[in-house]
Design a protein around this ligand. Structure first.
Ligand code: PRP
Ligand code: URA
Length: 214
C-alpha cells in the first residue's frame, strides 16, 4: 500500500469517532464531515507545486509564491459532495467537475450516470483531485481513474475518509507500478475489512444515506 497516505491528526480522530457512532444524527454527521474535509484538503494540497511571484510588502519587494497547478476537484456523486467544502473554501480557484456513479447493490459494480469536466487544453498539466468518503471494493474510484487516464490526465489524487484494504489492493493491482506513479491516495483511516455486503468494517455505514438523510 505504498501510495496510500493516512492522515494522523487529533481533530480527524475526534470527528471520525463522531461520524462512526451509529447514534450520531444527520446534522452532526454532516458538520463533522465538513470539518474533517478541511484537514483532508490541507493534506491533499501539501504536494502542490508553487511558482515565484513578486510581492511588494509595505517595506520591500520580495520573492513570494503562488500555486502553479491547474486544479480540478472531482467529487463522485453523491457522497463525494460531502468532502468538497474544505477544498473549495481553502482554494476557491479550484474548478469543480462531477462524476455520477452508484454501486449496484447486488454486483457491487460501479454504474456511471453523469460526467461533466472543464475544457482544458493541456490535460497533462491538470491535477485532478477525486473526492469520495468511502473506498470499499475500490470499484468506483478505479472506474473514475480509468476515465481520467483515458482522457490523458496524468496527475491524480484520491482523497477519502475511510478505505478498506481490499479497495486499496484492487486499485494498486489494477493500475500497476507504471500508472500508480500518477496516483496518490489520501485517507483518514485504513479500516479492517469489507463485510459480505461490501460495507467497510468497522466503517460508519452508508455515507450517502447518513449525509443526506435517505
Ligand atoms: C458509495 C461511496 C462510494 C462507493 C464506494 O457510493 O460513496 O462512491 O459507494 O464503494 P466501492 O469502493 O465498492 O465502489 P454509493 O454507491 O452508495 O452511492 P451514493 O454516493 O449515491 O450514496
Ligand atoms: N459505501 C458506503 O457508503 N459505505 C461503505 O461502507 C461502503 C460503500
Amino acid at each position: 500500500m505504498g501510495k496510500l497516505k493516512i492522515i494522523d491528526h487529533p481533530l480527524v480522530h475526534h470527528y471520525l469517532s463522531v461520524m462512526r457512532d451509529k447514534k450520531t444524527p444527520q446534522v452532526e454527521f454532516r458538520e463533522s464531515l465538513d470539518k474533517i474535509s478541511f484537514i483532508i484538503a490541507a493534506e491533499t494540497f501539501r504536494s502542490l507545486n508553487l511558482e515565484n511571484k513578486a510581492v511588494y510588502t509595505p517595506f520591500k519587494k520580495i520573492e513570494g509564491k503562488k500555486i502553479k497547478d491547474k486544479l480540478v476537484l472531482l467529487p463522485i456523486l453523491r457522497a463525494g459532495l460531502g468532502l468538497t467544502k474544505g477544498f473549495t473554501e481553502l482554494y476557491p480557484e479550484i474548478i469543480t467537475s462531477h462524476i455520477g456513479i452508484y454501486r449496484d447493490e447486488k454486483s457491487l459494480k460501479p454504474v456511471q450516470y453523469y460526467f461533466k469536466f472543464p475544457k482544458i487544453a493541456d490535460k497533462k498539466e491538470a491535477t485532478v483531485i477525486i473526492v469520495d468518503p468511502m473506498i470499499a471494493t475500490g470499484g468506483s474510484v478505479i472506474f473514475t481513474i480509468e476515465y481520467l487516464l483515458n482522457m490523458g490526465i496524468r496527475k491524480i489524487k484520491v482523497a477519502s475518509l475511510l478505505c478498506a484494504p481490499e479497495g486499496i489492493e484492487a486499485i494498486e493491482k489494477r493500475f500497476g507500478k507504471e500508472d500508480m506513479k500518477y496516483i496518490e491516495i489520501i485517507s483518514c483511516s485504513l479500516d479492517e475489512k469489507l463485510n459480505d455486503k461490501g460495507y467497510i468494517v468497522p466503517g460508519l455505514g452508508d455515507a450517502g444515506d447518513r449525509m443526506f438523510g435517505t
